[in-house]
Design a protein around this ligand. Structure first.
Ligand code: GCU
Length: 380
């Protein structure tokens, strides 16, 4: 594997402690957007499938079906139409389903763009009755800004503790002879697969513009959002909120949570092959700036919180900054800086957004406000 120093852009100043990272443009480095799309993007994606997130055995299954479980055209005091959709699928291991909660703005005069939150918290955070409201999913604010507010609970695709992969999408599609292969998908990939199936539904709803959809997640949900955006090029905007280790943070910085720790405590999140890199970050054939670069030329946003050392805010920032050369191939701007901005000073000049919110590990109103501002530039 050819490694190079962090990619230099003419306007970039090398930071004092240069990390040795794999070249974001691939090896040999793509020189044009065509080369990137034809050769180095697929090669990079393949490395992440093989060594980190695993391979989903199926894309959109022929058996995929949507059923409206509930519809209320006067939700949110008349501001939105609520639709709860059951998304069901079947395969060799039987059948399963998950619920998609969707608020569509009633004031929209054309199919509405939207935000799909991969929810890794409890039902009280995504209450469709809106009796309980929470900053984690400010559905009213999203709708007021003209966007569809949609969400599903990740645990319905695969539980967040089951090491046997015997439920949800794994139960239905895993059909391995003998031992589970080292590159078999795990829970993060199954949750991301669910996000793509939600997008399949949006494509069928005439009130929704599925070509202008953001996928967003926090923490383990942020890791998932990045994988969903990388594997499904239909997502127009990918948002990683405090995703940290094996999300936006560069593994080679070895700050905060590390590969061995995440594999030990959450052995079900990534594929078996990822365990080969416990304590061996420098030997990974990729690093996380390359995951962010897989979004190009679509928009991507990475956000950190100042008191979230576990997620390595600086590593998240640098990964977002170092994805820039791939955007350059498309004539697009990235972050255009290698110095972290001050807290609460969002960078939104190009197709890569970033902010460092002051405070702890969380998804807050402040974060959403920035994501909606960024969406106004890229989804409308
Ligand atoms: C743990 C884990 C992180 C993860 C977080 C979360 O802290 O170590 O990797 O992002 O949980 O999902 O809340």
């Amino acid at each position: 594997m050819i490694k190079t120093l962090i990619p230099l852009m003419s306007s970039f100043i090398l930071p004092a402690t240069a990390l040795e990272l794999p070249n974001v443009l691939g090896s040999p480095p793509a020189k044009t957007k065509e080369e990137w799309l034809k050769v180095q993007r697929p090669a990079t994606l393949e490395l992440f499938k093989k060594h980190v997130y695993g391979r989903a055995p199926v894309g959109k299954p022929d058996t995929l079906a949507f059923k409206v479980l509930e519809e209320n055209p006067k939700a949110m005091d008349g501001a939105a139409t609520l639709k709860i959709i059951q998304i069901s699928y079947s395969g060799p291991g039987g059948e399963s389903s998950f619920k998609l909660i969707t608020f569509i703005p009633n004031k929209a005069t054309k199919p509405a763009p939207g935000y799909l939150l991969i929810c890794n918290r409890g039902p009280e955070n995504i209450d469709p009755t809106r009796k309980q409201k929470d900053d984690f999913w400010p559905a009213e604010s999203i709708v007021a800004r003209g966007y569809v507010a949609a969400t599903f609970f990740n645990g319905e695709l695969s539980t967040d503790k089951d090491l046997n992969f015997d439920n949800g999408a794994h139960k239905v599609f895993d059909n391995y002879e003998g031992e589970r292969p080292g590159d078999a998908w795990a829970t993060i990939a199954a949750w991301a697969w669910g996000a793509s199936r939600a997008l399949d539904y949006f494509e069928t709803d005439p009130a929704i513009d599925a070509t202008k959809f953001a996928v967003i997640g926090h923490s383990r949900g942020g890791k998932t959002a990045l994988w969903a955006g990388a594997t499904d090029e239909r997502f127009a905007l990918t948002i990683s909120n405090n995703s940290g280790c094996t999300g936006a943070a560069l593994a080679r910085r070895k700050q905060g949570e590390r590969v061995a720790r995440i594999n030990k405590v959450f052995p079900h999140w990534f594929c078996g092959n990822y365990k080969n890199f416990d304590g061996r970050e420098n030997d990974l054939p990729i690093d996380q700036h390359q995951l962010i670069a897989l979004m190009a030329p679509r928009a991507v946003y990475v956000a950190s919180a100042s008191k979230d050392d576990w997620a390595d805010p600086k590593g998240e920032f640098l990964a977002a900054a170092y994805a820039g050369p791939v955007y350059k191939l498309f004539g697009l701007k990235g972050i255009e800086a290698v110095e972290m901005p001050a807290t609460n000073q969002p960078i939104q000049l190009g197709h890569i957004g970033y902010h460092l919110r002051s405070g702890k590990h969380d998804l807050t109103d402040y974060d959403w406000e920035q994501y909606l501002n960024f969406g106004d530039k890229h989804l409308k």
